[in-house]
Write a protein that binds this ligand. Structure first.
Ligand code: IVH
Length: 686
């Protein structure tokens, strides 16, 4: 259909066009994410999606929570409804050895005398279980496991996951409950951690907990930014039998036809003997390291539904399935040294340096030691033989000491390691906040490690992206006393740099050119580069858009910040603390004087009609999308707030503004402005 692949016929009935676009986008989405074989380019896809979003914003009467536009996440959720599962969400009994699996297979055979038993084998995804409910082919609920009988409906968050169909393919059952696992593939997980590290935030420990935490986030827009995935592993047996599908493996194939992502290739196989089952286990024991996501075992299921029914279940788990859990990989090696690394926020992290050892398919030389308590608990000494595990974590950790191989007590035994009392870089006594496990170096201004860390963050790719300047050069500049903060970079002259080691004329030219070039980097990235704790890329973008220019940050209060979109008290406190620190302020002023971009581009030229107003935008508009309305507010000097409070000075209300909001606005006496008055006000007619 040419009209769906890009050529829009403007005369077309908008309702029909909306339907057509939704249909087409669902299909493209399925090809891209589930089948991994795109049918159109990203650009074309985005164009269609934008067209649909535009039409939907003009026609709220045809809104559909299952529209492909809902993948980007929507409004904030206060809490999730608790809903009873259609049947209890059981867990699996675990096994850890060939013997245990064989014993289980024997029990299965005993329960089905004279039957030829077939086993379906698949991967045990290391994520969180989800129960998806469809009615009339549309996703109506997505329940977490909860306590097994009562789950939480996290549909708004699950709807952002591209491999969860919002609408099923034609020919799917009218009513369907289907279960699977939501997980965080390594690539996205590592990228999320990188950006958290850049924002000075604690990194997540493993993909499983992060997937679980993400599903419970109140802001589905944040969920949409995290690339979760979903794999189906269980279709309701009664539904399938009713459709004439008699085995688990066939049911999974059927689910693929309805639009779900299901295991393919060697990740779902059927076996007739326990030997074949063990061959499957053996294969994945090593092959799992090449998977793009984490698995923690293999699940073995009796394939035929009639067999499953005859075997039944115990109170906790079905008798027809068992999980074979991989052993947590563990190696034993020598602790050679412990390095104490000081981050840009001053946090001191101990890192164990190990004699290289093979673990889970990679060579391990470093392991995390978390904090002082852990070192003390393990009673570590240099030279100890230590056990290292990889578990679900990406960075291996030390879990114990092989005491049989450790030092004899006596004159030459090294003493137990002690956490340093002073900063390894600047010798300032370390501090440890009450109830916190982390030690900090309080010398934020002059500690070379912190200075280096802040500058490295400032010049990084996602911030100022200064070409010709790398970590080593930053270390050189700091050591030579040429640079103490980001602002010093812009005062560097060729004659300062040339005497430095490895600094030829060409490198100097490149570095200085990179700095000049960085002055064109937009305000939001400058703001991110300032390294304000908890202000990552996204928050920086949001703040830049809401406040417009650097001057606004200097005078804003915690209360005013909290009223802004996507800003909570932790971020607000951190922003205010930074801007009231004289050193930080001085640095910012010098950066302003050096000519960096300190104003958000959108705000600059349009006008001041809304200056001084704190505006909540609500409802649907006829001449613009809600996002466009928000952009206009900022562009005319107004400030955006996400919820109505006593600080709100004006509500910009489109159609369908919720009655609760209306009541609140009225009770606080806040004026409400409709779309037409808004347009005349910003165009200067009022
Ligand atoms: S079957 C009746 N298959 O492991 C049990 N579970 O304790 C139905 N899991 O909560 C579960 N991969 O979240 C099944 N291929 C797979 C699985 C799988 C991961 C999870 C699931 C369940 C837990 C079992």
């Amino acid at each position: 259909m040419s009209s769906v692949t890009g050529v829009y016929l403007p005369t077309m009935d908008p309702k029909a066009r909306i339907e057509e676009l939704r249909e087409a986008l669902h299909a493209h989405n399925h090809s891209y994410y589930v089948l991994a074989s795109p049918t159109i380019s990203d650009r074309e896809f985005d164009a269609l999606l934008e067209e649909l979003a535009n039409l939907e914003s003009h026609h709220p009467e045809w809104a559909d929570p299952n529209s492909p536009t809902c993948r980007v996440g929507g409004d904030l959720t206060d809490k999730f409804d608790k809903v009873a599962h259609k049947s209890p969400m059981l867990s699996l009994s675990n096994s850890y050895s060939v013997e245990e699996v064989s014993l289980w297979a024997q029990r299965v055979q005993d329960g089905l005398p004279d039957e030829k038993v077939e086993f379906a084998m698949e991967l045990k995804y290391d994520g969180v279980a989800i129960s998806l409910w469809y009615e009339g082919g549309v996703l109506v609920r997505a329940l977490t496991r909860g306590d097994g009988s009562l789950g939480e409906d996290v549909r708004s968050n699950v709807a952002t996951i591209p491999t969860v169909p919002l609408r099923l393919m034609p020919g799917s059952p009218e009513v369907l409950e289907i279960r699977g696992e939501i997980f965080f593939p390594w690539e996205g997980f590592n990228a999320l951690n990188d950006s958290r590290a850049e924002a000075g935030e604690a990194e997540f420990a493993n993909p499983r907990n992060t997937a679980a935490g993400t599903l419970k986030l109140q802001d589905s827009k944040e969920v949409a930014r995290r690339p979760l995935d979903c794999m189906i592993y269980n279709v309701d047996a009664a539904t399938m039998t009713g459709l004439g599908v008699l085995t688990h493996a066939d049911a999974v194939k059927e689910a693929a036809r309805w639009g779900f992502k299901v295991p393919g290739g060697r990740s779902l196989e059927v076996a007739g003997s326990i030997e074949e089952v063990m061959a499957f286990v053996d294969h994945w024991e090593t092959a799992r390291h090449d998977l793009p996501f984490a698995i923690d075992g293999i699940v073995i299921k009796v394939n035929r539904y009639d067999h499953q029914r005859r075997l039944g279940m115990t109170a906790k788990s079905p008798r027809w399935a068992i999980a074979y859990k991989f052993e947590t990989e563990r190696a034993c090696t020598k602790l050679v040294d412990v390095e104490y690394q000081v981050g840009r926020t001053g946090a001191v992290t101990p890192v164990a340096k190990l004699q290289a050892v093979q673990l889970g398919g990679t060579t391990v030389k470093n392991a995390s030691l978390h904090n002082a308590d852990q070192i003390a608990k393990l009673g570590l000494r240099l030279g100890d033989m230590v056990f290292v595990e990889k578990g679900g974590e990406i960075i291996p950790k030390i879990v114990g000491v092989d005491t049989s191989a450790s030092h004899e007590e006596g004159l030459f035994a090294p003493p137990a390691l002690e956490f340093p009392s002073v900063c390894p870089e600047c010798e300032t006594p370390l501090v440890r906040a009450q109830d916190e496990a982390q030690h900090y170096c309080p010398n934020a201004v002059a500690c070379p490690a912190q200075v280096r860390g802040r500058i490295i963050h400032f010049i990084s790719r996602k911030a100022m992206n200064v070409e010709g300047l790398g970590k080593e050069t930053v270390a050189q500049l700091v050591a030579a006393g040429l640079v103490r903060d980001a602002a010093d970079l812009y005062d560097l002259r060729a004659e300062d740099l040339l005497p430095l080691e490895r600094m030829a004329q060409k490198s100097v030219d490149n570095l200085l050119a990179g700095l000049v070039q960085s002055k064109t980097v937009p305000f939001e990235r400058v703001l991110f580069g300032l390294g304000i704790r908890h202000v990552g890329e996204t928050v920086a973008k949001q703040l830049a858009r809401s406040l417009g220019h650097i001057g606004a940050f200097k005078s804003i209060s915690v209360e005013e910040l909290v009223a802004l979109e996507e800003v909570g008290p932790v971020i607000a406190d951190s922003v205010v603390a930074h801007f009231s620190d004289p050193n930080f302020e001085r640095m910012v002023n010098r950066l302003v004087a050096s000519g960096l971009q300190m104003e958000a581009v959108v705000q600059a030229p349009l006008g001041h009609a809304l200056e001084g107003e704190v505006i909540v935008v609500s409802g649907v508009f006829s001449t613009m999308s809600r996002d466009e309305a928000k952009t206009s507010v900022v562009a005319h000097g107004g400030r955006l707030a996400s919820s109505i409070s006593s600080k709100t000075t004006l509500i910009l209300a489109g159609e369908n503004m919720g009655p609760a909001k209306l009541k609140k606005a009225q009770s606080l006496g806040i004026p409400i402005m409709d779309e037409a008055s808004f347009v005349s006000r910003i165009s200067g007619q009022e």
